[in-house]
Design a protein around this ligand. Sequence first.
Ligand code: ATP
Length: 315
Amino acid sequence: MNVVTIGETMALFTPDQNGLMRYAHSYSRKFGGAESNMAIGLARLGHQAGWISRVGDDELGKAMLHFIRGEGVNTDCVTFDTEAPTGLYFKEFRKAGDIRVQYYRKGSAASRLSTADLEEEYIKQADYLHISGITPALSSSCRDMLPEAVRMAKQHGAVVVFDPNLRRSLWSEEEARRTLLDIASQADIIMPGIDEGAFLFGTEDPDELGRLFLQQGAAEVVLKAGSKGTYYFNKNGSEFIPAFDVETVVDPVGAGDGFAAGYLSGLLDRLSPGDAVRRGNAVGALVTQAEGDVEGLPEREDVEALVNKDSGTED
Ligand code: ATP
């Protein structure tokens, strides 16, 4: 297994018309969750990814599992929870550039994940363990589980990759800051957005953020700046890799997860850090071109076509 990830995936409902959701009567049903989005992205690029989770023992949970397994992700460590439902979320397209997300996930099956869900034999197969800052915000059992997953991964030589993925609605600012910084100090690679860096350290200056995250303990810092591109820092220096130009952004949600898939794919293929970030940028850009979190995740040839066509243009 190249990468193992842990986290919640929800059934995603998108109204079939734009505008206020109160007027929507029909919805398209999809699935989305930062970690499984990333795992699907890796599978689409030809890598082996495994996803640890809990889903409700309900029709949505079963459909979700079929979907994610069907995308080529290993789901051997996903269990059905008979006491809690699959979480839901809704995306509301109010107008161009104004997309809102509403979660119905409190008490969900995945929020009941705990250290009992971690199988060391499973985690030890991974070259990389990918975790996000959404999981510790779900519940105290989830919060306690992550350090144990990190311990297992490190014990078997896996690289720990952390995407802070701040979700302000799930917890208090103080708790979020404390917990995310603590996990950041255990991660080998950290992939925050500039806004998350600003939340954690009170500055939006990329160089300053790179320095602070390195000081916090990560060996590699990948700082995402949306449509501008991505900054990369390690002990040897730093580089800015511009984003790829896209004509129109259809749905920006999931670009960060796509970026993570592309970047990890680059590392697995032993590209240079700069080229791995470039592949991440390409996947992130392509994800914005389709509605849904995973529908725009590209096949390998689409990424290569974009990377070869254009080495990126600065915003
Ligand atoms: P999310 O949590 O919504 O998935 P994020 O904040 O983690 O996203 P972003 O910075 O929005 O991540 O996007 C990740 C990467 O995807 C960027 O670094 C960039 O390379 C690419 N990307 C995102 N938006 C665009 C865009 N509009 N045009 C081109 N590339 C983009």
